[in-house]
Write a protein that binds this ligand. Structure first.
Ligand SMILES: *Cc1c(COP(=O)(O)O)cnc(C)c1O
Length: 366
């Protein structure tokens, strides 16, 4: 429960450790978007993911930096699941790329591989030399089917980027979230599994990609004493204060995941017979960042949401598919029934890592 008595969907879980970490960084006088905490946070992200990491100001900024890396612009086709947050495709679309949306797989909830394959093949045939980029989104704490994505992208000569913003701490066949394709991103926004208030990271097996993202995040400044530029960059670097917060949160990640999974199991029991969990592949160990369930009908879903509202608890429908968003009216879409159904029947339930017994006693009144 928060100070105002409301049970929020997934609020940050912090204590004195985070406060001390930020205070120590403050005392150190590295109050800037660089410093020892940023370097240390990147090292720890590297350990978690097995990849090279560049810490930046948001997950969206991380995706924007990767769109620079892969020269995304007019003439580029960007393939993405329709069932995701707008930031998965936002940076590409703002550069003039053409989005191509793909339905969800009914068994895994993530991008449908057969439909992606069909869309890539059709585009390759129509535009043999067009650059194709796939941005796969890892939803609600689970990973996409990395093996299948890497296979289909290599056969159709498409660049694979993984938007693992929601999957920090998850694994796919033992591989850490984001450890697929050419590069990936994490988000540490306030509502994500760990937070730096706002923040993100670019990750890649290729240390050069992470290094270039770091460089572009600092105005693409050349390494000389005066300000020298061969390219126009961004101001996207993470603050040293926020990196300190991120380090403290990373220490808690295993405990947060344990709690998230326990909350998911509790909802599963509670909803037995009236809702089923949002699908998840057997190859994936989900963090259960969000507890998402599919109700029998839209009416049943809305009734549950109203009951939660009546006890002052927040809930939210599953992602509204991007192909249904007014801004993407007329965009190319492959399939659509599956993600539309998830949107109609899906509900994200309160699942903050700090959810306590007093909250549960209120939720049990439902
Ligand atoms: C949160 C999120 C992002 C964006 O991250 P920010 O840090 O909020 O910019 C991108 N993609 C997905 C799927 C997300 O859930």
């Amino acid at each position: 429960m928060s100070a105002d008595g409301r049970i929020y969907l997934s609020p940050p879980w912090t204590d004195a450790a985070e406060r001390r970490a930020v205070e120590a960084a403050f005392e150190s006088k590295y109050i800037a978007p660089c410093g020892p905490m940023v370097d240390e946070f990147e090292r720890r992200l590297g350990k978690l993911s097995g990849l090279s990491a560049a810490a930046v100001s948001s997950g969206t900024a991380a995706l924007d930096l990767l769109m620079d890396e892969f020269n995304v612009g007019p003439g580029t086709f960007v393939f993405a699941p329709s069932l995701t947050f707008i930031a998965t495709v936002g940076p590409a679309v703002r550069r003039g790329a053409t989005p191509v949306f793909i339905d969800a797989d009914p068994a895994t909830g993530t991008i449908s591989i057969p439909l992606l394959e069909e869309a890539l093949a059709r585009r390759r045939e129509a535009s043999p030399s067009a650059p194709l980029v796939v941005v796969a989104a890892d939803l609600y704490g689970q990973c996409s089917d990395y093996d299948a994505l890497e296979d289909v992208c290599s056969r159709h000569i498409a660049t694979l980027v993984v938007d693992a913003a929601e999957a920090v701490g998850a694994t796919y066949k033992g591989r850490p979230a984001g450890a697929a394709g050419v590069a990936s991103v994490y988000s540490f926004n306030g509502n994500k599994i760990i937070t730096t208030s706002g923040g993100g990271a670019v990750l890649s097996r290729d240390p050069e990609i992470a290094a270039r993202a770091r460089w572009r995040a600092q105005q693409s400044r050349e390494n000389v004493v005066w300000y020298e530029h061969r390219e126009v960059g961004h101001n996207y670097r993470m603050s040293n204060l926020l990196a300190a917060l991120g380090i403290a949160q990373l220490e808690k990640l295993p405990e947060i995941i344990r709690r998230k999974r326990a909350t998911f199991e509790r909802w599963k029991q509670f909803l037995d017979g009236c809702a089923t969990p949002f699908p998840c592949s057997q190859d994936v160990e989900s963090t259960r960042w969000l507890s998402v369930f599919l109700f029998e009908s839209e009416t049943a879903r809305d009734a549950m949401s109203a009951r939660l509202a009546a006890v002052n608890a927040e809930s939210r429908p599953a992602w509204k598919p991007l192909h249904l968003q007014p801004v993407f009216a007329g965009a190319e879409m492959h399939g659509g029934e599956v993600c539309e159904d998830f949107f109609r029947r899906g509900l994200c339930l309160p699942c903050g890592a700090g959810l306590g017994e007093s909250d549960w006693s209120r939720l049990s009144l439902l």
